[in-house]
Design a protein around this ligand. Structure first.
Ligand code: PLP
Length: 400
């Protein structure tokens, strides 16, 4: 019998962290690695946000924070929701945590009983099923297809719901496919949800500002405002404000749930760092103009990566409509052999081969629940994207 809890043995560490550690180790041994594996913007945090943090530190704002979040920041979140999302909330409906991941963790800790089901459209951000399992819940994967733009349809949702369903996790724009749900898509899902009052929805809107091709971001409540009593909005500053290392996220929803999440937080982390929360007030209320300029850079990089990847024989990807990842199909490269005679049997083998052979770090599709694919991040300079795609072409050419 293992000393470790049974449900912990079912949880895998994040594939992104494993790949980052492997790439770092190779770099330490002198290899030149192009990292297209991480889910973080390469842009620095804007200066006005850093200045706000330094000011808070100099003013000795270093005491314990209120566990649920600074009142000023909870208010700033409400201003942001009104300004960007056309939604009205009050500060009592807001909790601030150490990243959006912590918000998800707290919400599931606060609501799941053993065996409760959580519907997760697949491919998915790998932490969703892992966090559900950490709380002894049951992830119910609802497959989507490239033909549907990797979006969950109303019928798919209806099929996945059972009397044990507690949550649907909806992520738009989505990681890893960049799928963006339109208002009509969301209205269709809303209709199904209306018929199942036991099902709550967690809307992970962390990539909301990264939407391309003139599309407009919408969250479920824009299309189905009547579902508000069973929706938790999850968001954070890591992507839009280039602040992944600051660890700041927030959840917004019915006060009863927010209070239960507060309980979890008060007995675990005690909340996000005080001076980081002051910087977050500046991020949410200060200058927003850099977001548009950065998005334009992301769109150019997307176009470049899609064009170059599709030139590599055996690889194919569609232009993602949002976020900063290409989800690349690699079926045509399976069963080929490396120079040493190793067979590329699955996407994980291919990703390992790319790393060892040409120093390009990517994440295999199996980690996101759909194979054979791999995820490449275009949160990197055009030069890095060009070099990486040349190396992929090189590596592909060496396969027999
Ligand atoms: N949600 C999605 C879909 C993500 O891709 C990520 C990070 O990669 C997160 C949440 C976590 O964000 P945070 O850094 O705020 O914990």
């Amino acid at each position: 019998m293992s000393f470790l809890a049974e449900h912990i043995l079912q949880v895998k560490p994040s594939a992104v962290s494993l790949m980052s550690a492997r790439a770092l180790e190779m770099e330490r041994r002198g290899r030149d690695i192009l990292r297209l594996s991480a889910g973080e913007p390469d842009f620095p945090t804007p200066d006005h946000i850093k200045v706000a943090c330094i000011k808070a530190l100099c003013e000795n704002k270093t005491k314990y924070p209120p566990v649920i979040g600074l009142p000023e920041l909870r208010q700033a979140v409400c201003v942001k929701l009104n300004r960007d999302n056309d939604l009205d909330y009050s500060p009592e409906q807001v909790i601030v945590s150490s990243g959006a991941k912590q918000v998800l963790y707290n919400a599931l800790a606060a609501s799941l009983n053993s065996g409760d089901e959580v519907i997760i459209p697949s491919p998915y951000w790998m932490s969703y099923p892992a966090i559900v399992r950490l709380h002894r819940g049951s992830p119910v994967l609802a497959p989507t297809t490239p033909e549907s733009g990797f979006k969950l349809g109303a019928e798919d949702l209806e099929r996945a719901i059972t009397p044990r369903t507690k949550w649907l996790i909806l992520n738009t724009p989505g990681n890893p496919t960049g799928a963006v749900y339109s208002r009509e898509d969301l209205a269709g899902l809303g209709e199904v949800l209306r018929r199942h009052p036991q099902v709550w929805t967690m809307c992970d809107d962390i990539y909301e500002h990264l939407v391309f091709d003139g599309l407009r971001f919408a969250t479920l409540l824009n299309a189905a405002p009547d579902l508000r009593d069973r929706v938790l909005l999850v968001n954070g500053l890591s992507k839009t404000y280039s602040m992944p290392g600051w660890r700041l996220g927030y959840g917004v929803g019915p006060e009863s749930l927010i209070q239960a999440m507060f309980k979890v937080q008060s007995q675990s982390t005690s909340g996000a760092a005080t001076f980081v929360q002051w910087a977050a007030v500046e991020a949410l209320l200060g200058d927003q103009s850099f977001i548009r300029a950065r998005n334009e850079a992301f769109r150019e990089r997307r176009d470049l990566m899609v064009a170059l990847v599709n030139r590599v024989e055996g690889l194919a990807c569609r232009p993602p409509q949002g976020a900063f990842y290409c989800y690349v199909s690699c079926r045509a490269l399976l069963e080929r052999k490396t120079r040493e005679g190793r067979v590329i049997g699955k996407d994980e083998d291919l990703v390992s081969y790319f790393l060892d052979e040409v120093g390009v770090a990517a994440i295999h599709g199996a980690a996101f629940g759909l194979s054979p694919y791999f995820r490449l991040s275009f949160a990197a300079s055009q030069e890095v994207i060009r070099q990486a795609c040349e190396r992929l072409e090189d590596a592909r050419g060496r396969l027999k």
